[in-house]
Design a binder for this molecule. Structure first.
Ligand SMILES: [Zn+2]
Ligand SMILES: [Zn+2]
Length: 255
């Protein structure tokens, strides 16, 4: 492809290289961010997968400035790692990070659910139940990306009902980091059904039972963490490794 651009030739300008309105720029950023994020959630992008800037520019028809901005945001959210002079790769969550993220989620979500018990209206709770039903339906269509969005959506809606935007923003960051971990360790198409646990939390909201809601939220988050630990331990010691037939697993490069 020729890079010598003759001003007279009206070439098709790639989208995003022209300056858009702030809203258009934000839309382009969000689309690129979401594509990479979804790629992790549905296992197309595994830890270590390289994300070369020129390829992203071409695939999304955007300029380098956009790609860099989005990669920086993804790095801030712990989804990619930026290596100096080597470009971005999908991050590999460590056991330590996993422990810290779940610990933080448990304390933040205990507070949020307690506030939600005090502040949610009867109408809010009714809406929450309806959303829960659509979440459950999506999950059983084995539609994992949308399941993941809806499952974290449940937690984010509780946060919204708590009426504290600072805590809500903390949770937003924690949930996206958590989604990466769940995306990496959960078996594709094998998402566990969290419906009963979510529904029990809504029951407590309705009964205005703060202590019950907090205990159930804590237990729910512990179950998710335990499942990840089990999957990780299985991944670390394959049968071949246990039998001493192979050395250590070589991470598969995404492309
Ligand atoms: Zn949940
Ligand atoms: Zn179910």
């Amino acid at each position: 492809m020729s890079t010598n651009a003759s001003a007279a030739t009206a070439k098709r300008t790639p989208k995003g290289t022209t300056r858009g309105t702030p809203k258009e720029d934000a839309d382009v950023d969000a689309r690129l961010y979401q594509s990479i994020f979804d790629g992790v959630l549905n296992h197309r992008l595994t830890p270590g997968t390289k994300l070369p800037e020129p390829e992203l520019c071409q695939l999304f028809g955007v300029g380098r400035a956009v790609v860099r901005r989005v990669l920086e945001k993804l790095a801030y959210d712990g989804i990619v790692v930026l290596r100096p002079n080597k470009g971005a790769v999908i991050a590999e969550p460590t056991p330590e990070e996993t422990r810290e993220i779940f610990e933080a989620r448990r304390s933040v979500e205990r507070m949020l659910v307690e506030l939600a018990v005090q502040r949610a209206s009867a109408h809010d709770i009714e809406t929450l139940r309806q959303q829960l039903a659509s979440e459950h339906a999506a999950m059983h269509r084995f539609d994992q990306p949308s399941w993941a969005t809806l499952a974290s959506g449940f937690h984010m809606r509780i946060a919204a009902l708590a009426g504290n935007s600072i805590l809500q923003n903390y949770l937003k960051e924690l949930v996206s980091r958590c989604s990466l971990i769940v995306g990496v360790y959960e078996t594709p198409g094998n998402a566990p059904c969290e419906h009963a646990e979510h529904a029990a939390i809504v029951d407590c909201l309705e009964a205005r039972d703060a202590a019950g809601a907090m205990a159930l939220m804590e237990a729910h988050l512990r179950h998710i963490e335990e499942r990840i630990e089990i999957t990780r331990m299985r991944g670390e010691k394959s049968l071949g490794q246990l039998l001493g037939l192979v050395g250590h697993a070589v991470p598969i490069q995404g492309r």
